[in-house]
Design a binder for this molecule. Structure first.
Ligand SMILES: NC(=O)c1ccc[n+]([C@@H]2O[C@H](COP(=O)([O-])OP(=O)(O)OC[C@H]3O[C@@H](n4cnc5c(N)ncnc54)[C@H](OP(=O)(O)O)[C@@H]3O)[C@@H](O)[C@H]2O)c1
Length: 232
């Protein structure tokens, strides 16, 4: 069933072929919001989404590819994530430089809103996860860049910092949200992270927020929009 949202515009999803990115696309389509996906592999994107989305093929390392991908989009949601210690899928190239490049090209193209999947504990340089090529610190640097570029002149951002990610349907759990990066453990469904970022497209209270999220208990939710009211 398609629900009509209050958001008008096309959304570029980076990292759309990933587990969270696929949920971002699903939830955009659920609300009838047109999506373009940015992927290194057209075949992989087409196998996942068929003709339901536009596909922009390219590398996150290539500024021209990124500029072409964001052209004409009103918003960007990034669920990019590294999966190699070094090389083109490393934290340096994806979580930091890739996201920064996407932010810069989006800003240049007049994109109005940027939603980012980051991570709990990004401010904790001493966290054990940082042994993976400093991944948390790279995400933190990308966050800082996004906040500086998208917090003025008619631009907005929303940064979601989930705990450990799990699979499962959206809106099945009561969430706990807070700011300040004070939590050390917890998990969240990728689908709820996606839903929070899709809702951030139109929820005024979601604008210019950075927050952490974990699941608290199994409990069906009608909407995740009220969580932004708790944070704002
Ligand atoms: N796993 C956790 O428990 C956890 C917890 C907190 C936060 N996070 C963060 O949440 C985000 C989403 O996680 P996930 O599990 O959904 O990630 P995922 O399934 O690994 O997806 C990552 C996405 O990034 C893309 N990507 C990787 N390297 C790329 C490159 N060089 N150029 C372009 N695209 C590239 C992948 O594309 P391909 O399909 O082409 O490889 C894929 O679409 C990540 O930033 C992750 O670090 C994860």
């Amino acid at each position: 069933m398609t629900t009509i949202s209050q958001y008008q515009g096309k959304v570029l999803v980076a990292g759309a072929t990933g587990k969270t990115g696929q949920w971002v696309v699903k939830r955009l389509l659920h609300y009838g919001i047109p999506a373009r996906v940015f992927s290194r592999e057209r075949e992989k994107a087409y196998a996942l989404f068929g003709d339901s989305v536009e596909i922009a093929t390219g590398k996150i390392q290539n500024a021209e590819d990124v500029a072409n991908a964001v052209k004409g989009c009103g918003a960007v949601i990034s669920a990019l994530g590294s999966n190699a210690y070094s090389g083109e899928s490393s934290p340096d190239e994806v979580d930091r430089d890739g996201v920064k490049r996407l932010v810069d090209e989006a800003s240049r193209a007049g994109v109005k809103h940027f939603g980012l999947v980051s991570s709990m504990a990004v401010t904790k340089w001493y966290h054990p996860l940082n042994l993976f090529a400093g991944v948390l610190t790279k995400k933190w640097e990308a966050e800082e860049h996004l906040r500086s570029v998208f917090s003025g002149a008619g631009r907005t951002y929303t940064i979601v910092r989930p705990g450990g990610l799990k699979d499962g349907e959206p809106l099945q759990n009561r969430l706990h949200v807070e700011t300040g990066d004070r939590m050390w453990s917890g998990w969240a469904n990728r689908s709820d992270v996606a839903e929070l970022l899709v809702v951030s497209l139109w929820a005024e209270k979601a604008k210019n927020l950075t927050f952490e999220v974990v699941s608290e208990a199994e409990e069906q939710q009608e909407s995740l929009e009220p969580y932004y009211g708790k944070l704002a």
